[in-house]
Write a protein of this length. Structure first.
Length: 312
């Protein structure tokens, strides 16, 4: 690998945060696992809604496959610390598998559309997946997931759907031929104090930018990301950058360097605004410079009137 370790870890996080889906690998659960008996008794055509669709029906020879890897396509969002967030139904096989064995692997890639996929970047996350407990953690998981996948709001409130989060132990990054490296979690993760600082200011920053600097956000999308249309808004903030959305569309804008606190977030947003205006031929500072370090709306500044002193 030619990249330095800090730059490599930043490259990996940026790759992850751009992703909206990935391949999840879990271990197949047997009929003796939690939910296995009920699943076995749900047969197609038994008169129940699930049975009529064949949902939850045991496959022949299931015992012989218990513990084997099972891959499924899942939608994913990212927590402030770059941990994957999922919305799973209790009826899905991967949810039942995780109830038996929480160990999992998640593959994120930007290689499949290349002429030779082997030359493209991909990363596999290794860790454990658990249900997100209630309170602030669940509220944040819900907000961040639905910001990335607004269509999921139609079913996120159903009784069988719950939010899950992966605690990452390590990551394996492949950047192409002969470019592979394992990264352990302590090196991959942001410092806890930085995560806490960004979590504390995120909602205030988003509300302030979307209410008071909507035009600047639109410039971020059009001039820095070459996205079309009006109505872009900031949807998420983390130490590595910001997520933007416009209806069902989403985009990612990375900071030049990770931000460790609200002051550094402010500086990064001001830099975005100045860069966007320069690209439009207007080399003047953006009003976003008034964004304060807490992410709240800036206090109004009043100018003292200038007194005209008459000569005597």
């Amino acid at each position: 690998m030619t990249e330095s370790r800090p730059r490599l870890e930043l490259t990996v996080r940026r790759l992850l945060r751009r992703a909206r889906s990935g391949m999840l690998a879990t271990a197949l659960a047997g009929e003796d696992s939690p939910g296995g008996e009920g699943r076995q008794n749900q047969r197609p055509g038994d008169g129940t809604a699930a049975g009529s669709l064949g949902l939850g029906a045991s496959a022949p020879g299931e015992h012989s496959r218990t513990g084997h890897p099972y891959a499924s396509l899942v939608t994913v969002a990212w927590d402030i610390d770059a941990s994957p967030i999922f919305l799973f139904s209790a009826l899905s096989d991967h949810t039942r598998n995780l109830a038996r064995d929480s160990r999992a692997a998640l593959l994120i890639e930007e290689a499949s559309r290349r002429a030779n996929p082997q030359t493209g970047p991909r990363v596999t996350l290794i860790g454990r997946i658990a249900h997100v407990a209630g309170g602030a953690d669940e509220s944040r998981a819900r907000r961040r997931f639905l910001a990335r996948h607004p269509e999921a709001a139609r079913y996120a409130g159903f009784g069988d759907f719950r939010f899950f989060r992966m605690t990452v132990a390590s990551a394996h990054y492949v950047g192409g031929f002969a470019r592979a490296m394992w990264i352990e979690q302590p090196r991959f993760a942001h410092p806890p104090e930085a995560v806490a600082a960004i979590a504390a200011c995120e909602e205030g920053v988003l509300a302030h930018m979307n209410a008071d600097h909507r035009d600047a956000v639109g410039l971020f999308a059009r001039r820095l990301l070459a996205r079309r249309g009006k109505g872009w808004a900031l949807a998420g903030l983390d130490p590595d950058g910001v997520d933007l959305k416009r209806g069902a569309q989403s985009a990612r804008l990375d900071f030049a360097e990770p931000a460790a606190n609200a002051g550094e977030v402010r500086a990064a947003l001001v830099a975005f605004a100045e860069q966007a205006r320069r690209r439009g031929g207007r080399n003047r500072p953006d009003r976003g410079a008034s964004f304060n370090a807490r992410g709240d709306s800036p206090a109004r500044q009043t100018r003292r009137p200038t007194r005209n002193k008459s000569k005597k």
